[in-house]
Design a protein around this ligand. Structure first.
Ligand code: TRP
Length: 336
């Protein structure tokens, strides 16, 4: 029986927030220490290019995402930790896969369809207005990320599930045409942690502008937590944990015993101000150690760079020979 290969990437479009921590960073850090599997974690900076055309922000976000992962204890000896753009074999594989990917499959991608719908609703003449080839081909690049390292388990948020299914389809098609080459990946979605609510109660997301940055300084963290939307129940009135963002965030970080205590306080009518203060203190204490390390790494980008370079070297030791195999399979080979 072969062991699973786990792989996931984070798009470097912004500053990591609590939702990224709970949904992607924390589980991957934990998994990186598991000696029973091989794992690959990377900065998806080519994916970021589709949404972010500000060079300085792109660089800054890559540094922030890498520093966050490292500060929280990613085991870079066990796991292969790298930056997508350091692996030239990935765009190379993307082209080969594009050549066998049906355009119709890409037409069905949720992100592309949403962009088209938005254009249609805006009433313009061009349904593809403002849509780049990068956005359209995004799932193929993601497929190359996954297939390159023969990943079998791909932990992602629910919104990325379709992309992993597409990767599986494309792998099957390639294997059918050229012979068994790629492993078939499967999305792994953790329903408990995948969705964290943001300041306004909607899903915490960069696009809603409702995030709490993971390593915000104490003062800023407190200020943001005090802004979390609540209902107008007074202290003394019992409160529902189910519809509460304060509770949702607390539960995502605290142990189950601590969560049970908080639940009791809600039932007993704790005031919103007190719940927020408690959430703040809890988060601040929980994150202060990693935050110091994060600040140190942010001030030493050269150190982060050299960690990424050693990861890239390990990744290319796999990607290089594998790409030679793929090229040979499709007929791009020496003539004599
Ligand atoms: N597109 C993913 C996201 O935005 C990030 C990503 C890029 C990824 N390549 C990947 C995730 C490969 C898993 C596997 O969340």
């Amino acid at each position: 029986m072969s062991t699973d290969v786990v792989l996931t990437g984070i798009t470097t479009t912004g500053t990591p927030h609590l939702g990224n921590y709970v949904g992607a960073i924390r589980p991957t850090v934990a998994a990186s220490h598991d000696t029973g599997m091989q794992s690959f974690y990377f900065l998806a900076d080519y994916h970021a290019l589709v949404k972010n055309q500000d060079p300085e922000r792109l660089r800054q976000s890559s540094l922030e995402v890498a520093a966050s992962w490292l500060a929280l204890g990613l085991d870079t000896e066990q796991a292969v930790f790298y930056r997508q753009s350091d692996i030239p074999e990935i765009p190379e594989l993307t082209w080969i896969l594009s050549s066998i990917t049906a355009k119709g499959l890409m037409n069905r991608a949720h992100a592309y369809k949403a962009a088209v719908t938005e254009n249609e609703e805006a009433g313009g003449h061009d349904p593809d207005k403002g849509i780049t080839m990068g956005l359209f081909g995004y799932p193929v690049l993601m497929t190359a990320d996954i297939l390159m390292f023969r990943a079998t388990k791909v932990p992602v948020g629910r919104d990325q599930k379709q992309h992993v299914e597409m990767a599986r389809d494309i792998a099957q098609r390639f294997n059918h045409i050229y012979g068994d080459t790629f492993a078939l990946p499967e999305a792994v979605i953790d329903d408990n942690t995948a969705l964290l609510s943001g300041l306004d109660g909607r899903k915490m997301s960069k696009s809603y502008n409702n995030t709490i940055p993971l390593f915000a300084p104490s003062k800023k963290l407190r200020k943001l937590i005090m802004k979390i939307k609540t209902n107008s129940l007074e202290p003394g009135e019992p409160k529902d944990t189910e519809a509460s963002t304060v509770f949702d965030i607390y539960r995502a970080i605290a142990t189950s015993e601590e969560t049970a205590v908080m639940q009791r306080k809600f039932a007993e009518g704790v005031g919103w101000g007190d719940t927020k203060q408690e959430l703040f203190e809890y988060l601040d204490a929980h994150l202060s150690g990693p935050r110091d390390e994060y600040d140190r790494l942010m001030a030493n980008p050269g150190q982060v760079e050299s960690i990424l370079q050693s990861g890239a070297q390990r990744a290319r030791e796999i990607a290089g020979p594998f790409m030679r195999k793929v090229r040979t399979a499709v007929g791009i080979r020496a003539l004599g």
